[in-house]
Design a protein around this ligand. Structure first.
Ligand SMILES: CC(C)(COP(=O)(O)OP(=O)(O)OC[C@H]1O[C@@H](n2cnc3c(N)ncnc32)[C@H](O)[C@@H]1OP(=O)(O)O)[C@@H](O)C(=O)NCCC(=O)NCCS
Length: 130
C-alpha cells in the first residue's frame, strides 16, 4: 500500500477538550471524517458522502496545544466508493493516537451514489498500487 500522506494538521484547542481535559473523542472523529472526505474528494474530483467508519481505538490522550497530523492513503476503490485509511499522529509526542478506515461514496448533485468514472478508478489504482 502507498505511504500515507499528510492531509491536514489540527491544533487541540481549549474548546476541543472533553470532561477529562484531554481531546474530546468526538472531535477526533470529526477531524478524521472531514480529512478523509477532503482526501476522497480530491481523488474523485467530486463530492462524497461517508457511508462507513471502521472501529476507532484511542490509544493515548491528546493534550491542549498538541498538534495532530491526519495522514491518509487510498486503501480500496470500488464501483461507487473509495476507502481511505488514516492515522492520527501527535507531532508533539510522535505517538500514534488512533487509526481508522472510512468509506466514502461518490455522489451526484441529487445526493445519489454514482459509479466512479473508469479513468478515475484506473488512475487511483495505478497511483496507489491497488
Ligand atoms: C451513501 C448512500 C448514498 C449510499 O446509497 P445506497 O443506495 O445504499 O448505495 P449502494 O447500496 O449502491 O452503496 C453504495 C456504496 O456504499 C457501499 N455500502 C453501502 N452500505 C454499506 C455498508 N453497510 N458497509 C460497507 N459499505 C457499504 C456499497 O458497497 C457501495 O460501494 P461500491 O459501489 O464501491 O461497492 C446512502 O446510504 C446515504 O445517503 N447514506 C447517508 C450518508 C450520509 O449522510 N453520511 C454522513 C453521515 S450521517
Amino acid at each position: 500500500m502507498a505511504k500515507k500522506q499528510l492531509i491536514v494538521s489540527k491544533l487541540c484547542k481549549t474548546f476541543d477538550l472533553g470532561v477529562n481535559e484531554n481531546l474530546f473523542g468526538g472531535r477526533m472523529l470529526e477531524w478524521l471524517d472531514e480529512a478523509g472526505g477532503i482526501y476522497a474528494y480530491k481523488q474523485l474530483r467530486g463530492h462524497v458522502a461517508t457511508v462507513k467508519v471502521s472501529e476507532v481505538v484511542f490509544k493515548v490522550p491528546v493534550h491542549e496545544r498538541d498538534v495532530i497530523d491526519i495522514m491518509g492513503t487510498v486503501k480500496d476503490v470500488g464501483n461507487t466508493s473509495i476507502t481511505i485509511e488514516m492515522d492520527a499522529v501527535n507531532t508533539t509526542s510522535s505517538a500514534l493516537v488512533c487509526s481508522c478506515e472510512i468509506k466514502y461514496v461518490n455522489m451526484n448533485s441529487k445526493n445519489e451514489a454514482i459509479p466512479i468514472a473508469d479513468d478515475a478508478r484506473a488512475r487511483i489504482k495505478r497511483e496507489f498500487g491497488l
